[in-house]
Structures are given as C-alpha cells and as structure tokens.
Design a protein around this ligand. Structure first.
Ligand SMILES: Cc1cc2nc3c(=O)[nH]c(=O)nc-3n(C[C@H](O)[C@H](O)[C@H](O)COP(=O)(O)O)c2cc1C
Length: 313
C-alpha cells in the first residue's frame, strides 16, 4: 500500500509478525522511457528487503515501459513482477492506467500479448472484476486465460466501487472456475473470521492478499494461521521499533510522524472509543508529542483486534 507498506515497514513487520508468505511493493510507475523515481528503486533494492520475499509491482499501459522495468528487476535478481491493472485512483485512471485498462479489453489483450511474449521474468497480475461493473469480468477472464499468468490476484470489486462497495464473491467464483492458474482473493479480509469465510467458500483458492486489514492489525496473518490475537504490549513494541527504523533509515522526525499517522488511520479502528486520544494524535506537531499521544491511546483505550479494520463511513 502506497505510503504505508514501504521497505522499512515491511522489514519491521516481518521481524515482529513473520507469518506473511510474501509482500508486494507499492507500485512503480515508469514514464514512457521506463524510468522511475529513485525512491521507488530504493524501496525494492534487494539489500533493503533481505529478510522478506518481495514481489515488485509495476503500473504501466505501455509494454515497452513495463518491459524496461521488468528487465531491471531481472538484473536485480527478481523472478516475478506484478502488473497492476486494478488501481482505481482518478489520477491513474485519467492516464489510462490501472483499472482504466479494464475498460478497453482489446487494448489490454494486445498489451498482455506483447508483455508475455518478451518478459524476462514471471508476470503476475493484480486486477479488479471490472471498471463499471463486476459483470465485466466474464469478458475479461477469457483474455487472461490466453496468457501464462503466474498468479492472478483479484480485488473482488469493480473500479466504481473504489474501496467502498461490497466485494462480489459470486463474480470472483466464476473467475476461479475458469482459471488454469492460481487465483488469489483480495478485498475486505479484516479478521480471521473473514478469512475463514473466503477460504471455506473457495476450495481451490490460490491464496489471499491482505491490505487495510493488515495495516490495522499487524498480527492478522498470524491469527489467520490460528495463532494468538494481537496484544497491546506487542503493538507498543512494534510501534516503537517502526519509529526507530524510520529514523535510522534517514527519514526526518517530521516525516516519520507523517508516516505513523497514516498507519494510525488504520490501527485506531481496533480501539473502540478512542475518538478523543486519536484526534489528539492526528494533531500532534512533533515526534515527542506524537509518541506521547500514541502511548496515551494505547494505555487508556481497550484494544479489540477481533473487530478488525473499520472502514470510514
Ligand atoms: C492507501 C492505499 C494504497 C494502496 N496501494 C496499492 C498499491 O500500490 N498496489 C496495489 O496493488 N494495491 C494497492 N492498494 C489496494 C490494496 O492492495 C487492496 O487491493 C485494497 O485495499 C483491497 O483490499 P483490502 O480490503 O484488504 O484493503 C492500496 C490501497 C490503499 C487503501
């Protein structure tokens, strides 16, 4: 997740909660020549991701640009790149990238043909079920079936649903039936119970991807695997280690506070009745103030990981 799960977060997360099989880096968006930001390179450099299994992700609608990045990833030792054709953001869609590619199936088909003919490494795909409607997936899946997709991760919503609409497991079920490659479910898995509902319904599931649920509850991968629920002591330790790691990576105290506030947008929802201390935390102006607010919140409010991430109304 852009802005949340960069390499510092991933390393600390894995040190405290090593139950995720792999991590996906926030997308690299190359320009027409395949060039991209140095901060993105730093995020995926193997030396910054030594302890984890990482799959870099690329957002592009131009095969040449995508392949240029794929070749650089191959040179760095990566065996897989993930193609993002699910991002719903207006700035991405206005450039005909991300979920916008689902609107033009013929163009998507030509893009995939070019990519799969020439890629030096495996390509997995992260998609949504459609642009305006989840019913579009019935026409998209036959296109995907033409290519040796390493793994298809399906965010079970259409683009119109952004992050709000109810996921459509029935449309996802049709994808699973047709597929000859592993299909991974994504969307609103916020608790171990949510996971069991998905895993129980889809027997041939290739896996699940977690987003906001794991940002809110860093122990979610563990509880899904039958382990203990998150304790407030663990959260306090994880939180402190994450701040330290950001600072020692060279991030300023001000930017560290900004990053931590983004994470608290998800985490605070596991603390019912924390409105007042959470508001104070969002207003903290420097690191000492921020850590004092976070300590107060964790000490004075009850943690209830079983409720899972609560999306804003
Ligand atoms: C702030 C934010 C940033 C995201 N960045 C990415 C990204 O870079 N690549 C990606 O594939 N998905 C990204 N996503 C989407 C999530 O991976 C996931 O598909 C979506 O949140 C639905 O899953 P969830 O209900 O488990 O959160 C992002 C989501 C959010 C909220």
């Amino acid at each position: 997740m852009e802005g949340v799960t960069g390499h510092v977060f991933r390393r600390v997360h894995h040190a405290f909660f090593p139950q995720a099989d792999k991590y996906y880096a926030p997308f690299i968006a190359p320009d027409g020549k395949g060039e991209f930001k140095i901060s993105r390179l730093r995020d995926i450099l193997p030396e910054n991701n030594e302890t984890i299994t990482l799959v870099p992700q690329v957002l592009a609608n131009d095969a040449e640009a995508f392949l240029h990045v794929a070749r650089q990833l191959a040179d760095l030792g990566y065996g897989e790149v993930n193609l993002n054709i699910g991002c719903p953001s207006a700035t991405v869609v206005s450039k005909h990238k991300g979920a916008a590619m689902l609107r033009q199936p013929d163009r998507l088909d030509a893009f995939l043909a070019d990519v799969y003919a020439r890629t030096p490494i495996s390509v997995s795909v992260k998609t949504r079920l459609g642009f305006s409607s989840t019913a579009e997936f019935d026409a998209l899946m036959p296109i995907f079936e033409r290519y040796p997709i390493h793994e298809l991760i399906v965010h079970a919503r259409d683009r119109a649903g952004m992050y709000r609409s109810a996921p459509d497991p029935d449309a996802f079920a049709r994808a699973l039936l047709q597929s000859r490659f592993p299909v991974v479910y994504n969307g609103n898995i916020f608790t171990a119970k949510d996971y069991r509902a998905v895993a129980g319904r889809f027997e041939t599931l290739g896996g699940v991807m977690l987003g906001r649920g794991a940002a809110a509850d860093p122990a979610l991968f563990r509880t899904i695997r039958g382990g203990d629920a998150l304790s407030v002591g663990e959260l306090r330790d994880f939180h402190g280690a994450l701040i330290e790691a950001h600072l020692s990576s060279g991030l300023s105290a001000a930017f560290t506070v900004g990053k931590m506030k983004e994470l608290w947008f998800y985490m605070h929802t596991l603390f019912p009745d924390c409105a007042k201390p959470y508001k104070a935390l969002t207003k903290a102006r420097d690191l000492p103030q921020f850590t004092a607010c976070a300590d107060t919140l964790m000490a004075s409010c009850a943690l209830d990981p079983a409720r899972g991430f609560q999306p804003p109304l």
